[in-house]
Design a protein around this ligand. Structure first.
Ligand code: ATP
Ligand code: LTN
Length: 335
């Protein structure tokens, strides 16, 4: 008897809403590359989500292409992972609409990302920003994903996706696989260098709080030297009492693989100056090969195009099957 074990499937995505940050890398992309052998992996560029906040069209195009290059440069081999652009696969919009009709106003109103983003974009609180989680649920459910690797801030979105899927399955039978969030232990929450109580975010207006994946070494060093700490002069992990120092320790720990105890011992009796310099240098070295490879790939547009075209084709194949099933279940007349 044939004994083929189906690999579990993974789906995740990042919005091409700006230059990728150290947070996007440590909280998401870095962990993705290690999953390719064990799982069947789909990674998208969530450009349809990006227009929930007004974009300059040329910038959106540039960010999308750069992000394809950065995915590959971060170790996502296009032969082993399906890399695609959300808007290239119409099934996302198709299932997104259906799921809008199975998502409740009340549950959408409770989403923290909606509350944060509508506070930041008070002049443009559009319907897409509000129904964002239903489209994200479609992204995940189209691929019948088992796991969704994301940073901590996206956990609530994966939870609402599960609720929507369970609701739909409750009415129509087992249509969707119920996905689980997959959140890294360390690195899931990289905080701003200037206001360590807030998450480092690519759309943050304070550019000094944010380290970008493709940033020049001297700029990275300058930002770490200016990072907010405290007046204790003691390198110790205590996120509540010492948020700035603890954030730097987390970053240093993921960049070097050192434990918090090792880091505390390494900087025992030394000032924050040495510590910040060491963290900055570790990040420069972590990001250097990725920046260089991204620049090399961006010079080869034909290759990048071949990657995202092939990705869209593979993704469409899987996604269209789910849409057909869903259309039939809800009672749409077959064409
Ligand atoms: P935006 O500013 O456009 O909202 P963002 O910079 O906050 O974007 P996303 O594109 O929303 O980041 O996130 C991409 C992925 O990276 C998600 O899985 C998210 O959880 C993760 N991520 C983003 N920022 C951080 C961070 N500071 N720490 C850890 N993970 C993060
Ligand atoms: N909402 C996510 C981006 C995103 C996503 C997804 C992540 C869109 N669709 C599907 C995981 C799975 C964000 O803002 N980071």
């Amino acid at each position: 008897m044939e004994n083929v074990v189906q690999k579990k499937r993974i789906l995740s995505g990042i919005q091409p809403s700006g230059d990728l940050t150290l947070g996007s890398y440590l909280g998401a992309i870095k962990n993705w590359a290690a999953l390719a052998d064990e799982y069947d992996c789909y990674y998208m560029l969530a450009d349809m989500h990006t227009i929930t906040v007004r974009q300059v069209p040329a910038d959106l195009r540039r960010h999308t292409l750069t992000q394809v290059a950065a995915y590959i440069a971060s170790g996502l081999d296009p032969e082993k992972n399906v890399l695609f652009v959300q808007s290239h696969v119409p099934a996302h919009a198709q299932l997104g609409w259906v799921l809008d009709c199975y998502t409740m106003f009340g549950e959408l109103s409770r989403m923290t990302q909606f509350k944060d983003k509508s506070a930041k974009n008070a002049d443009n609180i559009n319907a897409g920003l509000f129904t964002y989680p239903a489209l994200m649920a479609a992204d995940i459910l189209l691929y019948q994903a088992d796991l969704v690797p994301v940073g901590h801030d996206q956990k609530q979105h994966v939870e609402i996706c599960r609720d929507i899927a369970n609701r739909f399955n409750g009415i129509y039978g087992d249509v969707f696989k119920i996905p689980e969030p997959y959140i890294p232990q360390v690195g899931a929450r990289v905080m701003s260098l200037t206001s360590p109580e807030n998450k480092m975010s690519k759309s943050d207006r304070d550019q000094n709080g944010c380290v970008y994946m493709l940033e020049k070494p001297e700029d990275i060093m300058r930002k770490f030297k200016k990072a907010v700490t405290d007046s204790d002069a003691c390198v110790r992990f205590d996120p509540a009492g010492k948020p700035g120092v603890s954030n730097l320790m987390q970053i240093y720990s993921v960049a070097t693989g050192k434990s918090f105890e090792t880091i505390e011992a390494e900087f025992d009796g030394r000032g924050y100056g040495d510590f910040k310099k060491a963290v900055g240098e570790s990040v420069v070295e972590l990001l250097r090969p990725i920046r260089e490879e991204t620049e090399r790939l961006l010079a080869d547009k034909a290759y990048l195009e071949s990657v995202y075209r092939a990705g869209a084709e593979k993704a469409s194949y899987v996604a269209n099957r789910t849409v057909s099933k869903v259309y039939k279940k809800v009672g749409f007349l077959a064409r």
